[in-house]
Design a protein around this ligand. Structure first.
Ligand code: ADP
Length: 623
């Protein structure tokens, strides 16, 4: 187990390292790629701007100042030079690979006047008539001070895109012979490709950053959820390991006592020592039985087969039985036990008294177990509400013992979890009691919770739904039970003269049953398998008053033997009580016994009280 856990842990560390390294690698690649893209974009833009500047420089000397000075008004366009220069400019644009070439002059007062360009479209061509206020043209307004200072100007990428067509411009001054500035020469190029490239590269950059973030985040969350699952499975393995070791401890301890005390009892000559050994063996056996019953309950819970019965019972009487179980241990530890049942709690209710008693016994035993000597344990029951005969009761069991810290409070209702492994080492226990209790309470339509402070004690509070039942009916029931209890008393010779057949393949079990029934006065025959039992019953049809039948046996099992006995032709066979004795205590197993024709069921290990109860129920009409 610990090897698996170590493997899981080192796998986890390995995944972390890989994730960390790959995140760094991805980040570096993304950075390099971004720098490369930026560089490429800048170089492209620079080369285009240079191309424009060169073209603008050429344009500034391509038409002379004298020629440009010919055009100041609309009438000047009538001059023959107008078309001739426009033709030259069209050739220039073609040769220089620009879209437009044009000239404008600053005429003061924030106004510029266009002079001439190459535009073949008469509608859009520039003429001296076009005079613009700089405030209406922010780009040229940006260029004018530079031109007037004798510098060149290149538009930033895409600035025209939204206002004018997709153009990029460079403008340079045109100098007079004396070095003063006459006007500006400009060239435009469509920057559609450039802008598209710029946009695409920007998209690529964003996509890169987003995919980097997404992949790092998804890696991070993926690892986190893997980590969570791995930790859960590690802690489940640890809890399971812990559970198995405390379970083994819980079973070995009483078994050890049984084996040891049996040896002591056998060796000892003193009857007192033998008796002491027997009582220790009895104590250890009932503890072991408790552990096994818990495991069986747990198996039922896991298989979703835990089912509740419904009987009418006295709440107080059920509680009395529980008190009998826990008071002995409480007295030993000088713990004061106090019980308070509110007046509004119904005397008689309908529900599963056995399972309710099991929950209360578990909570009270825990309270006593985890409370130091001289402490206090209080029980209280109250009615939370009632409607249409259905009522909700609340039970609270409070102690002033060791308490449970908040972190562990969350865990103790989970399978294989105890409050703390140190606690289980010190106090023992399998940690199954609360899991089983919680499940039972949930089946009763209730819930359970803890209120506790470490070192100050704990309160276990649970609610459950039940029905108030008819007092008279319950009284009858309880009278019958009390009456029965009296008759069941194990008087010697209670069943004298009646005949019983025990069908059991394991010799020691036959022997135990024979000696348990020694004083009843029953005349007992035995059979080692179903086939033999069948032939014994068939041979002497009215001989037996009752049959105790094991279920799993070689040659012919108990179910088959019962079916065959029931099928025998004699009419009295149908009345012969056949009681199953089985270690299989699931509801399905019991149903199988009943379906095969058996009348009742006693579970192994056999409890003497239950044996007498069954004998009384089925034999009372025969004596
Ligand atoms: P166990 O058989 O081990 O007592 P339970 O399921 O009944 O199993 O209890 C689980 C754990 O809850 C115990 O081991 C103990 O640590 C804690 N616990 C239960 N009741 C109390 C209590 N009254 N005070 C302190 N701790 C308790």
């Amino acid at each position: 187990m610990s090897k698996n856990i170590n493997n899981a842990k080192s796998k986890l560390s390995f995944i972390y390292v890989i994730f960390f390294l790959s995140s760094i690698a991805m980040f570096i690649v993304a950075m390099i790629f971004t720098i490369y893209i930026n560089d490429m974009e800048n170089k492209t833009i620079n080369s285009i701007q240079n191309h424009l500047l060169v073209a603008a420089q050429r344009a500034s000397v391509y038409v002379s100042v004298d020629e440009l000075d010919l055009f100041h008004t609309a009438e000047d366009m009538e001059r023959p030079e107008w078309e001739e220069i426009r033709g030259r400019l069209q050739r220039f644009a073609e040769e220089s690979h620009v879209l437009y070439v044009y000239y404008w002059r600053y005429i003061g007062d924030g106004l510029i006047q266009y002079i001439i360009d190459n535009d073949e479209d008469e509608e859009y061509m520039v003429t001296p008539e076009l005079i613009f206020a700089l405030e209406d043209d922010p780009f040229t307004a940006d260029a004018v001070p530079r031109i007037m200072a004798g510098e060149s100007w290149v538009a930033d990428l895409g600035i025209y895109t939204e206002s004018w067509d997709d153009l990029i411009s460079a403008v340079v001054p045109v100098f007079n012979d004396d070095g003063t500035i006459y006007c500006a020469a400009g060239v435009d190029l469509s920057d559609e490709v450039l802008v598209t490239m710029h946009h695409n590269l920007r998209t690529v950059r964003y996509a890169l950053i987003i995919s980097l973030i997404v992949s790092i985040l998804s890696g991070f969350f993926g690892i986190r959820s893997y980590n969570k699952k791995a930790n859960q499975s590690i802690s489940a393995s640890l809890s399971k390991g812990q559970f198995l070791s405390s379970m083994s401890h819980e079973m070995r301890t009483p078994l050890n006592a049984i084996v040891g005390m049996t040896a002591i009892g056998k060796r000892s000559d003193s009857i007192n020592k033998k008796n002491r050994a027997f009582s220790k063996i009895e104590e250890a056996s009932s503890h072991l039985l408790g552990v096994i019953n818990n495991i069986l309950d747990m198996a039922k819970i896991e298989a979703d087969k835990l089912e509740l019965s419904s009987v009418d019972f006295s709440f107080e009487r059920m509680l009395q039985k529980v008190i009998t179980v826990v008071s002995f241990r409480a007295e030993e530890k000088q713990i004061s036990l106090s019980f308070n049942i509110n007046d509004d709690v119904p005397d008689y209710i309908t529900g599963d008294d056995q399972h309710l008693a099991q929950v209360i016994t578990n909570l009270l035993s825990n309270a006593v177990k985890f409370t130091p000597e001289g402490g206090e344990v209080k029980f209280s029951a109250s009615l939370l509400g009632e409607a249409y005969g259905e009522c909700e009761l609340q039970i609270e069991i409070t102690d002033n013992g060791i308490g449970i810290d908040p972190e562990h409070q969350k865990k103790i209702f989970n399978m294989f979890e105890q409050a703390k492994s140190e606690t289980s080492r010190e106090y023992g226990g399998t940690g199954l009691g609360l899991v089983i209790s919680k499940r039972i309470i949930e089946l009763m339509g209730g819930r359970i919770w803890i209120e506790s402070e470490l070192g100050k004690g704990a309160s276990f509070i649970f609610t459950f739904k039940t029905r108030r039942c008819d007092d008279n009916y319950a009284d009858e029931q309880s009278d019958e039970t009390t009456g029965q209890a009296k008759v069941i008393g194990r008087k010697s010779g209670s069943f004298a003269g009646l005949r019983m057949l025990i069908v059991e393949d394991v010799e020691i079990n036959r022997e135990i049953l024979l000696s348990l029934l020694d004083e009843t006065g029953l005349i007992i025959d035995t059979a080692e398998n179903g086939e033999k039992a069948l032939s014994m019953v068939a041979a002497a049809p009215d001989k037996y008053d009752i049959v105790f039948m094991d279920v799993q046996m070689p040659v012919m099992d108990g179910l088959e033997a019962t079916r065959r006995i029931r099928a025998l032709p004699d009419r009295d066979r149908g009345k012969l009580p056949i009681i199953a004795m089985t270690a299989n205590v699931f509801k399905d197993d019991i149903e199988n016994c009943i379906n095969a024709g058996m009348d009742d069921h006693i579970s192994k290990p056999l409890e003497i009280d239950r044996i007498f109860e069954v004998l009384h129920n089925y034999l009372k009409s025969r004596f």
